[in-house]
Structures are given as C-alpha cells and as structure tokens.
Design a protein around this ligand. Structure first.
Ligand code: SAM
Length: 326
C-alpha cells in the first residue's frame, strides 16, 4: 500500500470531508448573514463519497471526519456513515455538528457506525449561545450531548470558539461542566477567514492565556496520538473530562498537521487556508477510475506547503469555514 506522506515528513491518516456547504446557523464569526447558496450547487452524492473514501483508504487513511456546513442537514447522512464504515481500512468515523438535531438523530448515526462526535457549543449560557449562533437551540444541543454520552461513542467532544468579550469568562463554568462528564471540551482560537476580518480583529484571543491558566490550576498536557486532531489535550485528576486547546497561530502548529480536506464539491484542499483546490470529482464517477484517483491524490500531496500563511493574514481562498468544512 502507498502511504500518504508529504515532502515535509508528515503522514496523513486523517481526512476531513465536507458533506454540504449549507448551514442553518448564523454564527457571528462564520456565516453572520446565514448561508447563501451560489446557484444550486450539487454536493457529492453517496456513490461519489464511497469512491472517494475508498481512494483515500487505499493510501492509508484510517480516520475520517464528516463535516460541513452542517452535515446533519443531509437526509442521507445515516447512509453515508454506513457506506464509509463499510470501506476496508476505515477504523474511525467522526462527525462535527452544530448539535441542534442530536436529540432526534444521534442514535441512528451511532447505529450506522459513527464512532466519535464533536458538537459545537460556544457558550454554556443560553442567551449568549443565541447571540453567537443566531439560534435559540441551547436546550436541544445540551440535551443531545447528554444523550450522546450514553451511546458508547469512543469520544464525545464539545467545540468552543474562544471569543474576546463574548465567552472568554466561562472557564470556571466549563470546569464545573467537565467535573463529572466523560468528554473533552476543545477551545478553538478564532481564525481569520476571507469574510470575518473586522470581527476577528475585535474578538480574537490568543489561546496561550488559557493554556497558562490550565497549567497554573494543575492541568497536565497529555501525549498526542498519530491520528489525533489538532488539539493539545490537558487532563486533571479531579476531573472526569478533558480539555483540548487548538491554537492555529502557535509556532509549529502546521508541523503536526496530519489532515487533508475534501470540499462538498469534491475538491481536495491541502490546507484549510490554501490558495487552490484540486478537483477529484471527475475521478469519482466510475469504479474504473480508482487507480487514477489514488495517483492524483498521491501526486498532489507532494505540493502540500509546510505551513499556512495566517500569521501574515493570508487566508487563501477560504471566505469562511462553512465553505470548506471546518
Ligand atoms: N456545522 C458544524 C458545526 O457547527 O460544528 C460543522 C462545521 S463548523 C465550520 C466546524 C467548527 O468550526 C465549529 O466548531 C465552528 O465553531 C468552527 N469555526 C467556524 N469558523 C471558525 C473560525 N473562523 N475560527 C475558528 N473556528 C471556527
């Protein structure tokens, strides 16, 4: 088997696949005016997704994250999960969701083969949650997380984007939340994208101050697994839950990159903030193109840059994360 390794010695067991660009939230840092479709885009269909995943699995990909947009807006999500789970070599299937449909749907996703769940919840305060997301769905999301905790997932994680002046005083509440719950809360440093420059300048907060608070309170950094996501994970003997910190502006963040992305339209994106996408869709129309697909992915990996240009404010062709799959 050929392995997904680039010129910088990084290997890529982890694929993030966007299932749709559509989202029903209006997060202030992502889609403040809501999702606006350009024309009537056709996102990858189930058979295209199966071929795509078989191609990546042939190159050693073993963990896939389904994301968006909001992936739960796809009615065929359980069928997609089941199809991905059936591909030889895929051992872990994770989903990132805004969580508002969890109470109705999460059991079905688990039964279809989902192994891990990430739920976005930017505040533990319902009014703040509404102000940040534009949706009054705090109750559903929190109830959905409780339900997910009883379904035997390998991991349940909660994503919180750190926002200066909006939710940056909530660490004590999150610690209380983690005391008895077997989940990880991951604080994500706000990233600048093509569309959110002004918001970013007002609300960006470096994750380092949070890491210092955690270390001072006795939280300890844990070792990172080869197919782990971008978070540095901290644990504390008095707490059942764990804390992850994703700091994309930290030095060496890209050195640990083990992820490739494919957009909902079937473009391979080598970096969240890259300047180009590589169309894979033409090679997803027939099983006969499997070898050509594998070859195209392997060749393109040689072009993956050592790091993103975010420090220079270079956000590539990413207007917002919903467009590429966050
Ligand atoms: N709709 C799903 C959700 O809400 O989790 C999946 C897609 S969303 C783009 C994935 C994650 O990216 C969410 O946790 C979201 O908060 C985060 N995100 C979006 N824009 C971001 C930005 N500019 N900086 C940091 N995180 C961002």
């Amino acid at each position: 088997m050929r392995a997904l390794v680039d010129h910088h010695g990084r290997s890529f067991p982890y694929l993030r696949l966007s299932l749709t660009e559509a989202c029903n939230y209006r997060c202030t840092y992502c889609l403040p005016d809501g999702y606006q479709a350009d024309g009537s885009p056709k996102f990858l269909a189930l058979d295209e997704i199966e071929r795509l995943v078989r191609g990546f699995a042939a190159l050693g990909m073993s963990k896939i994250r389904l994301t968006g947009g909001e992936p739960s807006l796809r009615k065929d999500l359980p069928a997609i999960i089941a199809a991905v789970a059936a591909v030889a070599g895929v051992r872990r299937i994770a989903l990132t969701t805004n969580g508002c449909r969890l109470p109705r749907l999460v059991r079905g996703w688990r039964e279809a083969g989902l192994t891990a769940l990430n739920v976005s919840l930017d505040s533990l305060d319902a009014a703040r949650f509404l102000a940040i997301t534009g949706h009054d769905r705090f109750a559903e999301v929190s109830a959905g997380i409780e339900q997910a905790l009883g379904l035997g997932f390998d991991a349940v994680k909660v994503n919180v984007v750190l926002l200066r002046g909006r939710n940056d005083d909530e660490l004590p509440a999150w610690l209380e939340y983690l005391r008895e719950r077997d989940l990880a809360v991951r604080f994500i440093e706000l990233m600048q994208t093509g569309d959110n420059r002004e918001f970013f300048e007002r609300h960006h907060l470096r994750a380092e101050s949070l890491q210092q608070q955690l270390l001072a309170a006795g939280w300890q950094l844990r070792e990172r697994a080869a197919d782990a996501g971008p978070a540095l994970e901290y644990a504390h003997p008095d707490y059942r839950g764990r804390i992850g910190v994703i700091a994309p502006y930290a030095r060496d963040f890209c050195a640990g990159c083990n992820r490739l992305r494919v957009t909902a339209r079937g473009d391979l994106r080598l970096c969240l903030f890259g300047n180009f996408g590589i169309p894979l869709r033409p090679l997803l129309q027939s099983d006969d193109d499997h070898d050509a697909l594998v070859a195209r992915i392997a060749v393109q990996l040689g072009l993956k840059a050592a790091g993103h240009g975010l420090h220079e404010g270079l956000t590539g062709i990413t207007p917002h994360l919903a467009s590429i799959g966050g």
